[in-house]
Design a protein around this ligand. Sequence first.
Ligand SMILES: NC(=O)c1ccc[n+]([C@@H]2O[C@H](COP(=O)([O-])OP(=O)(O)OC[C@H]3O[C@@H](n4cnc5c(N)ncnc54)[C@H](O)[C@@H]3O)[C@@H](O)[C@H]2O)c1
Length: 257
Amino acid sequence: MEIRGKAAVITGAGSGIGQAVAVRLAREGASVVVVDINETGGAETVKQITEAGGAATFVRADVTVEAEARRMLDAALQKYGRLDILHNNAGIGVGAPGYPIADPARWHLVIEIDLQAVILGTGLAAPIMEKRGGGVIINTASMAGLYPHRQDAVYGAAKAGVVNFTHSLGFWEQDKKIRVNCVCPGIVDTPMVRRGLEQAQAHGMRSWMPAKIIQPEEIADAVHMLVRDDSLYGCSLEVRPTGRKIVDPRPAPGTRR
Ligand SMILES: NC(=O)c1ccc[n+]([C@@H]2O[C@H](COP(=O)([O-])OP(=O)(O)OC[C@H]3O[C@@H](n4cnc5c(N)ncnc54)[C@H](O)[C@@H]3O)[C@@H](O)[C@H]2O)c1
């Protein structure tokens, strides 16, 4: 998809990966709806974009609440007259002391934000995009959704759900002209990771920071690629410090699953 002139809704865009993606897509010429529950972070992202000459607006919305998820998508239509790209990116981890000691309310929230809100946002955006002739949905999963994740099994389970959900919607490319892909980052240098590390240290848990850490801009590069490349749908893009790998579970042409 050509990005210039398109409208993108990016959740969790007040910090870390979402902020880097918002800045990147705006630089490529998209108008961006910056969605977050953190107003200060959201305002900072909008400032960075507009000061660089781009177009952005902030919507305070909790992605787990249907009415608020609808409102963030409506904002793209009202402000920019279109909705072409949705990046379901907002997410949290269980954090120390971890499963199963942590309050069950915490891991319910992880499943709600990291998985259910992705399903909700995708389901609300699909009819809007289909009516307009198509679109692109990118979900932020994680390497934790592709491989065992001993530090946070609940987070890993939620992200594995996002991976399979994404792979399972590959057929929307033909049916609805909506390409759904996910990005699976390794450990990225964001406030989420820094907070997690501090909490882990405070609880005497083993440190898990790798020798080389990925920068949020590298994930923005990967998301940019997934938006641009019309041949990719129903795929995961792993992003490691050492490079990228596409996980493409689509059946070979001529076969059916
Ligand atoms: N940082 C990493 O190493 C890493 C690796 C793999 C995947 N991820 C995923 O990337 C995504 C972004 O993570 P990050 O590292 O940039 O974290 P971050 O904490 O820096 O940013 C996440 C943003 O999401 C927002 N958010 C949280 N709950 C929300 C809700 N209910 N509604 C709306 N916004 C909400 C937060 O306010 C925050 O601004 C998450 O889905 C995370 O699981 C991160």
